[in-house]
Design a protein around this ligand. Sequence first.
Ligand code: HEM
Length: 459
Amino acid sequence: KPDVGVSLCPLAMKSAPERELLCIFGTGDLGRSLGQCLLQTGYRVVYGSRRPHSCGPLPHGAQVMGHTEAAQLAAVVIVCVHREHYDFMEAAAPQLQGKVLVDVSNNRKKNLYPESNAEYLQSLVPEASVVKAFNTVSAWSLQNGPSDAYRQVYLCGDSAEAKQAVREMATRLGLSVLDKGCLSAAREVEDFPLLLFPEWRLPLRVATGLTAFFFFYLLTRDVIYAYVEQDKDISFRIMVSLANKVFPIVSLIMLSLCYLPGVLAAFLQLYRGTKYRRFPDWLDRWMLCRKQMGLLALGFAFLHVLYTLVIPIRYYVRYKVTANTVSMIRENRTTGFDTTSAWRTDSYYSIGILGFTLYLLLGITSLPSVSNALSWREFSFVQSKLGHLTLFLCTLHTYLYGWNKFLRLSSYKWWTPPGYMLCLVVPSVVLVLKLLIMLPCVDRSLGHLTRNHGLFSLA
Ligand code: HEM
């Protein structure tokens, strides 16, 4: 039975609100895709074109006319034209007075022009309010429905009302907006589409530098040393043994480099007595790439685990085990079971496995889809508390692996320490500093700064 309380008044009887009209200059790929999306979102669209009668197929429902006629009809004009063709804007300037001009253009290279495209447009039409926006979305992504990476729109402009109008439009298109400030930020915004993995650059450099250093260090210590001092060619070890030293060493150092800036920042705040002052630029940059550093470190740890798995099936290992067994049978000798060795190896395997499991958890929680589902408290618990625990377990794994070799002179070939001893320096320093921060008196001072200023502790 129908609900008699429901109003059955026909929709046509209410006067439909007038849909907002937007003007798009340019009938290229981006102009057409943007127009199509705007029409689907409920806007009316009019195109301004140099050749209104021969501009090819346009989205159904859109009108097309000359630039000046089209500009007169709308309060917001989206300029989907390359900067090289902006010269017609000067002629259209009288009709564009007081309008919002949205500059969506990009350049093929950085620093191609003395000023940003948006600032140039503003200089051509000083009476309009130029807003830079939509330059990170492509015609392709608009047609296929924007995915997460393409959903982000950066905007900047000098007029708050103009930016608000563009923000509303972008939100209705299902895009998320980040305000980058005044129009002078346009150069930075225009550079975004030209950047290639910018936040991975420093971590990749660190990883390459450490890998190269430890590869040559271990090559000298292990392979060249044996060749020079013992006249033995063990160069085959480069493929697995050396790789299985370089990768975990780099992984452990990079993991500790994720936590070093946090403790340095905490000590800096303690020294300054405030959390209000900005960190130095290098520390800021370092802290901003911790996630990428951690993910790369996890990749190296993963390689170490894979290389460790193949140890039992290596020809060299099988040969040595068989040769040892045969020689023991021939010489009729046995070796007693060494409980200490059993404890040592089992302990470092076990601690390594626990460390690696937590490492994976850290990697998974740093993925945006997972971290977005966590509260700040949950995220900081995993990344800070469990992160330091991971660092502790991996460091302990390496100490246990070294066991009593730290004190054995024969470990120091050509007076150089083994790679794993070198790689323990940074994690040990980080853990000691972290322990100092956790001391009640230091923790209280940091807490005092937090209460005073209401900011989260970074360490
Ligand atoms: C060494 C096992 C996880 C850091 C070793 C070795 C084994 C091993 C068998 C000795 C390799 C050799 O004799 O050449 C494991 C297992 C793990 C694990 C089973 C987890 C499933 C990790 C993790 C790290 C790590 C997460 C931290 C990044 C190291 C280091 C060495 C080492 C630095 C010394 C490398 C050298 O110079 O010889 N591990 N490990 N391991 N592991 Fe792990």
